[in-house]
Design a binder for this molecule. Structure first.
Ligand code: NAD
Length: 452
């Protein structure tokens, strides 16, 4: 579904009318629209800075260079400078007094961002900081990033944070690549934790990173699942697209379009976990990426909710996922360096009237990835969730107009996301370069105000 305000705001005459009547004028968001490239920052203006004692700067600068950027420093900035990307390394802070470096660096450049600029900060993981003042300083950076993101979001610009565990500096390159590119368009104001625990793959290609990998996408016939199947296949994966038998025709079309394999299967069937495992084992020898995308809403206020609506949503959105993973992980159908990805929702973070069933399932998945996140590190398997906000799909098209408008506008970008925005985040988390990210729940919501 497309957004009428985004379309109208593209035309200068209508844009001023929209402004005059006090409606938001959403920026057209830059989207990559294709596979990863080697040097996405080539020809772009990038500014880099760091606080005293920062520990990740060397790796950051190597990554920027590899991405094609000749990074400038604060000394090069003039009033006319315009930055497509800005990176600040705030790791190594031992006292909140050092937060002044954020003001000193960002205050003079706040009017110098281009539309769709990308800002990334790095900080230490607060929970494992060496001292209380260090923990306070590290956590303060998150508040700074979230606020900064809200100040620049109407330009389509984003600000995100990478928490880097000590010793995990070598693992930040993949996250930086994602956040600094137009693949991360609708991920805004988010912290991602990079840890040193799990095994990293030996080879971490930046283009076609999924060559030779096999992916399973449940509920992949349409919407977010179909967009994800497309992105995964663009990066080289062979995608097994699964959906219910009643949707076999759409499923076949989607699977064919991505050069993948269709699997008509209801994930709530008692024998589904075994059937899926056998299919993957027999046809491909295993699976590398599992995207648990199938999900439904059956909204009713709890007082009016029939028990079958409760049971159905719990079965599809939560219980089937646990049952499938039990077999796929238990029988080692998931290969080493595998990726398990769950679709949570901001409904699972904030809750929603009329969604006690849905909210419970999507929050349950957060508990699931947090409890599983570090369990398979010895095999390099990561388990993460993404939490979409308002995404333009069949699910949101069915909402009443006023609720749909509220959901669409209540974020830093004043617009909904597209299925491809969720697909981009899932695809990044599926790459070898995301090996340091596990047990994370990353929102893709344009920094929605809901549950923030
Ligand atoms: P969608 O309705 O467009 O697609 C969901 C797919 O899942 C459908 O093709 C459906 O046939 C399939 N499915 C349903 N039950 C199944 C079953 N028992 N077995 C196999 N497949 C089944 O939905 P979408 O908007 O693309 O959402 C995809 C996921 O993203 C869901 O988990 C949803 O909860 C989550 N999500 C969506 C949004 C949004 O704004 N659209 C926001 C937050 C989270």
């Amino acid at each position: 579904m497309s957004d009428y305000l985004v379309r109208m705001a593209q035309q200068p005459a209508l844009r001023s009318v929209i402004k005059t009547i006090g409606l938001p004028t959403p920026q057209t968001l830059a989207r990559a629209g294709g596979p990863y490239v080697d040097t996405p920052l080539a020809g772009k203006t990038v500014l880099f800075g760091a606080g005293d004692g920062a520990t990740a700067s060397k790796k950051v600068q190597t990554t920027l260079k590899a991405m094609g950027a000749e990074a400038q420093s604060a000394a090069d900035v003039t009033g006319d400078s315009r930055f497509n990307a800005v990176v600040f390394d705030a790791t190594g802070m031992t006292d909140p007094a050092q937060l002044r470096a954020l003001y000193d660096f960002f205050h003079p450049i706040m009017r110098n961002f281009t539309g769709n600029a990308r800002v990334v900060l790095l900080a230490d993981v607060p929970e494992t900081a060496d001292s209380v003042p260090a923990a306070v300083a590290a956590r303060a950076v998150e508040g700074f990033v979230r606020s900064l993101a809200k100040e620049i979001g109407r330009k389509g610009a984003t600000a995100n944070l990478v928490y880097v565990e000590k010793g995990a500096e070598d693992r930040v390159a993949g996250v930086l690549r994602f956040f600094l590119s137009d693949h991360s368009t609708y991920v805004d104001g988010q912290p991602v934790r990079v840890t040193r625990g799990g095994k990293m793959p030996r080879s971490v290609p930046v283009t076609r990173p999924l060559d030779g990998k096999v992916a399973l996408v449940t509920g992949g016939a349409r919407g977010i699942g179909a967009a994800t199947a497309e992105r995964l296949s663009q990066e080289g994966a062979h995608v097994v697209v699964l959906d219910i038998p009643a949707d076999a025709e759409t499923l076949e079309t989607t699977a064919k379009a991505v050069g993948g394999t269709a699997l008509a299967q209801d994930i709530t069937d008692a024998d589904a976990p075994r059937a899926i495992a056998d299919f993957l084992k027999d046809n491909f020898g295993g699976v590398d990426i599992v995207v648990h995308n199938a999900g439904v809403t059956r909204d009713k206020m709890l007082a009016n909710m029939a028990e079958h609506l409760w049971d159905m949503v719990l079965a599809i959105n939560l219980r089937s996922i646990l049952a499938i993973d039990e077999v796929l992980l238990g029988d080692k159908i998931v290969n080493d360096h595998g990726r398990i990805l769950c679709l949570s929702s901001i409904g699972g973070i904030a809750g929603n009237a009329g969604q006690t069933n849905y909210g419970a399932t999507k929050a349950g998945l957060i508990g699931y990835v947090q409890s599983q996140g570090q369990k398979f590190g010895d095999r390099g398997i990561t388990v993460n969730a993404v939490a979409p906000g308002f995404i333009e799909t069949r699910m949101t098209a069915e909402m009443p107009f006023m609720i749909r408008e509220g959901g669409r506008r209540m974020n830093s970008m004043s617009q909904g996301g597209q299925p491809q925005d969720v697909a981009e985040l899932l695809t990044f988390l599926a790459t070898p370069g995301a090996g340091g990210v596990s047990g994370n729940v990353v929102r893709v919501c344009g920094q929605s105000l809901i549950g923030a």
